[in-house]
Structure formats: structure tokens, C-alpha cells
Ligand binder design. Structure first.
Ligand code: FE2
Length: 235
């Protein structure tokens, strides 16, 4: 099966993709997506209903900002979760993910685009034994050397791969994917850590990155997400 393990819905502050579009595009492309909104799992309930309606599936995930004490460490993706992540200290988030049988993936580990908005993970070596997957390709990274560095790092440390479109707009969905054996989410979870390789990688154009930065302005965002439902089930 094909997987794209890093995507956002309009429950992220900088994304306008509805859960309906998320599932229908995923099904149309034949690529199972992880929903990894920033700091919340508010999409899960609505996505579940949509997935059921459209006879498709998705991976429950979350992208969490994490800290070493009071200093920003980077972001961690929790994948195959059952419960939303609440913590923010690195070690606590790793526990939170593994305690519920999820996988820890480090997204864009070397994306230090500028000092103010660096997404590079600080002190990655310190947690490496507890990391399940390294995101070796992120379709929103314009400088390929930053993806290449992640790939080299994963190979050097014998870590399984993850890839992510990091889609914030519907047409960015499945800009990249990887293949794993099996046809269920449980197969995917088990086989991901065996590292079956990355295929069919595409990169996002600069226009999309510009559009995503515009979405941060409340007026645009309010217009584009006006049909958004409140989170279901108190998640
Ligand atoms: Fe992301």
C-alpha cells in the first residue's frame, strides 16, 4: 500500500483542506494519508466519519512542537495514535506516543530555513534509539540538500524512512508517498519499521508555499474555512 505520512487539515491554523477533500483526494490517488495537524487531533472524528462514508482509511496522527526544558527542540510526528498528544517536553511526548503503540517520526529534521523559523530538530542524536522513522523526504522543502541530509542520516543510522507531502492545500496531497507491504493500517504500522523504500516523489511548487503563508492572515482563512465543523467527541 502507498502511504503519505505528514498532512494537515483545516484544523491546523495554516491549512484549509476540509476533511471531505482530505479523504476523497486520498482515495482518488490511492495513497493512505496520516492526518498530522499542529498540536491537536481535532480532525480525527470528522475524518473517521468521512472515511466510513467513502469506504477509505487514514492514519491518526499529530505534529507536536516539543521542547528541551524551555528551549524549542523541533517537531515530532506521532503516527497510529489512539489519543491526542498533550505533552510538550521531548521525552514526555516520546513516552506518550509509544505508550499507546504509536510510531515516532521526526519530520524535516534538517530544515533550518532561517534562524527564526528553523524546523531542524535539536539534539536528534540524543533521542535516536527512541525514534522509529526519519522523514527522509518532505515535499515542501525547496532545498533538496536538506532532504538529502535526512536521507543520509537515516541510512547512516539504519533508521526506517518516512515521507510526507506536508500538504497544507488539497492539491499538495500525495506529492510523495512510500510503499509498504500489506493492505491494512496494522500492516502498515508493522511494515513501516522494516523500511520498504521510497518511491514516486514529487516536490511542491513555490506558489503553494506562498499561498500557505497567506492563509495565516485571519480574513483569508475565515473565508476559506467557513464550513468547518467544530471538533467531534470533545477531541
Ligand atoms: Fe507539517
Amino acid at each position: 500500500m502507498k502511504l503519505d505520512l505528514h498532512n494537515h487539515t483545516w484544523y491546523s491554523v495554516d491549512c484549509v483542506t476540509s476533511p471531505k477533500a482530505f479523504i476523497s483526494r486520498s482515495k482518488k490517488q490511492g495513497v493512505v494519508l496520516a492526518s498530522t495537524d499542529h498540536g491537536n487531533a481535532n480532525s480525527w472524528g470528522v475524518l473517521e466519519r468521512e472515511a466510513k462514508r467513502q469506504d477509505w482509511m487514514f492514519i491518526r496522527g499529530q505534529e507536536q512542537r516539543v521542547y528541551w526544558g524551555s528551549s524549542f527542540a523541533g517537531e515530532i510526528l506521532g503516527l497510529f495514535l489512539n489519543q491526542p498528544l498533550k505533552k510538550s517536553l521531548v521525552e514526555e511526548v516520546l513516552d506518550e506516543i509509544h505508550d499507546q503503540g504509536g510510531l515516532v517520526a521526526i519530520p524535516h529534521p534538517f530544515d533550518n530555513r532561517n534562524p527564526m523559523a528553523s524546523r531542524k530538530f535539536q539534539r536528534l542524536d540524543d533521542i535516536l534509539p527512541r525514534v522509529d522513522l526519519i522523514e527522509v523526504f518532505n515535499a515542501r522543502i525547496r532545498l533538496m540538500e536538506r532532504n538529502d541530509r535526512a536521507l543520509e542520516y537515516a541510512l547512516q543510522h539504519n533508521k526506517p524512512f518516512s515521507v510526507g507531502s506536508d500538504a497544507h492545500l488539497p492539491w499538495e496531497i500525495s506529492n510523495c508517498h512510500l510503499h509498504v507491504d500489506g493492505d491494512s493500517l496494522e500492516d502498515a504500522r508493522k511494515n513501516l519499521v522494516k523500511n520498504n523504500g521510497v518511491r514516486e516523489v514529487h516536490t511542491t511548487g513555490p506558489v503553494n508555499l506562498f499561498a500557505a503563508s497567506v492563509l495565516r492572515f485571519p480574513l483569508f482563512r475565515r473565508f476559506l474555512t467557513r464550513k468547518r465543523e467544530p471538533p467531534m467527541g470533545g477531541k
